[in-house]
Design a protein around this ligand. Structure first.
Ligand code: CTP
Length: 400
């Protein structure tokens, strides 16, 4: 649920700081990467060593540490995060956030950030109920800060009332909920094909191609992390399953078509697989042997076009159908023809000539061809192509 999400956890001083250790574990169990900033007060209750051991990352404590600034400027700490979580948030840090005070690393990061912030307050009940804290909280809420808790109960100071830090599980659930509700493709189903297909010649031989599956897998990962329920129908590859994606493994074009049809309905379908255009008409049931008649003559027959089949008008047609055009010359011109011939909405045209190094490489140069014209994307990594495509899909489906 939190795959690829990066949380900057700020631990401020208070007896509840010990629960931050549990929180790190809960967030990581959900797939998040957690980096911690510990205030001076916080370090009275938990050590940088325990936070570092649980987060698997360095813990940042000092605004004026030359080493920390050289390795990772304090501004970079927030740039690298998707969400800042302050847990526990003391009355003091809430006051600093309200008034823009920046006198240590935690408060400076909170003032310098343009990312969303979630606070989990924890303090004595009188401090919580004090007009100063309540006014600060009202200001922070009005600024869009997300607040979880505090809970009501027995307090370490012997009093009873609101002021207890929310349970780590509840804070982790609130973080997941935050990403879920801010995920642009939440509630959408995406279907992606990826990889090559293997077309059998006999039980041990097949016809294949050089597709690595990297682009299709990266697209499935990006769609899932944008909140879409994602089904990836993949031909044989050496890649591991992208996190949070339902993967259906197939071998041949026929199996790929059947798996895609079974995955419908979908809101968007992206066909990134390099499907073999032809298969051997009659694959041999037994292994072909060398004999005096010489090499076998194989009759080829055309495979079904999966993209064209699913893009054809029907009730089950996804509202956005996207194909790839792997070309070695006249890239955009061929893509335009393909757009019409396969009646899809967008074609992502890419140059797969040996000189471009797309098939086995990490980068891709895309031209997005649609009825509205051509968008030339700069050369970027396949992961960046995937993220940009996911954002464009969210934009297009958002106006449905
Ligand atoms: N495609 C498909 N099923 C096929 C062949 C292609 O779904 N049997 C899809 C690919 O996944 C891609 C698009 O169609 O999204 C275009 O693939 P490409 O290989 O570039 O085009 P072809 O149709 O094979 O045309 P040509 O080989 O003549 O360029």
């Amino acid at each position: 649920m939190l795959h690829e999400k990066r949380i900057l956890l700020i631990v401020s001083g208070g007896i509840a700081a010990y629960k931050s250790l549990e929180l790190v574990r809960r967030l990581r169990e959900r797939g998040a990467a957690v980096r911690c900033v510990l205030t001076r007060g916080g370090s009275q209750f938990v050590t940088p060593l325990s936070l570092s051991a649980l987060s698997g990352d360095k813990v940042y404590t000092d605004l004026f540490s030359l080493t920390d600034e050289a390795e990772m400027g304090h501004i970079q700490l927030s740039r690298d995060a998707d969400l800042l979580v302050v847990a526990p948030a003391t009355a003091d840090i809430l006051a600093k956030m309200t008034h823009g005070q920046a006198d240590d690393l935690a408060s400076t990061v909170l003032l310098a950030t343009d990312k969303e912030v979630m606070v989990a307050p924890a303090m004595n009940v009188r401090m919580w109920e004090h007009a100063a804290t309540q006014n600060n909280l009202a200001t922070l809420l009005a600024r869009g800060v997300h607040v979880i808790g505090p809970e009501e109960g027995d307090m370490a100071c012997g009093e009873y009332g609101p002021g207890r830090l929310s349970e780590p599980d509840d804070i982790a659930a609130a973080v997941s909920e935050f990403f879920q509700s801010s995920s642009p493709l939440s509630g959408r189903h995406a279907l992606v094909t990826s990889g090559p297909t293997h077309e059998p010649i006999d039980p041990v031989r097949y016809i294949a191609n050089r597709s690595s599956g990297r682009q299709g897998h990266a697209i499935a990962a990006a769609l899932a992390s944008s909140g879409a329920k994602t089904t990836l129908v993949s031909g044989p590859t050496n890649l591991s399953d992208p996190p949070g994606v339902d993967v259906v493994r197939v071998e041949s074009a026929h199996e790929m078509l059947a798996a895609c049809e079974a995955a419908l309905p979908a809101d968007v379908a992206i066909f990134a697989a390099a499907v073999a255009d032809w298969r051997v008409a009659q694959a041999a049931e037994e292994k072909l042997k060398k004999n005096s008649a010489g090499p076998p003559v194989m009759e080829m027959t055309e495979n079904p076009d999966i993209l064209a089949t699913l893009a054809a008008p029907s009730n089950a047609r996804p509202s956005l159908v996207i194909g790839f055009a792997a070309e070695t010359e006249k890239v955009v011109a061929h893509a335009r023809t393909k757009l019409e011939r396969k009646s899809c909405d967008w074609i992502l045209a890419n140059d797969v000539s040996a000189a471009a190094g797309t098939f086995d490489g990490n980068d891709n140069t895309i031209h997005l061809v649609s009825a509205d014209g051509v968008e030339d994307w700069p050369r970027m990594s396949k992961a960046e192509v995937a993220n940009r495509l996911a954002a464009r899909i969210a934009e297009a489906l958002g106006t449905d």
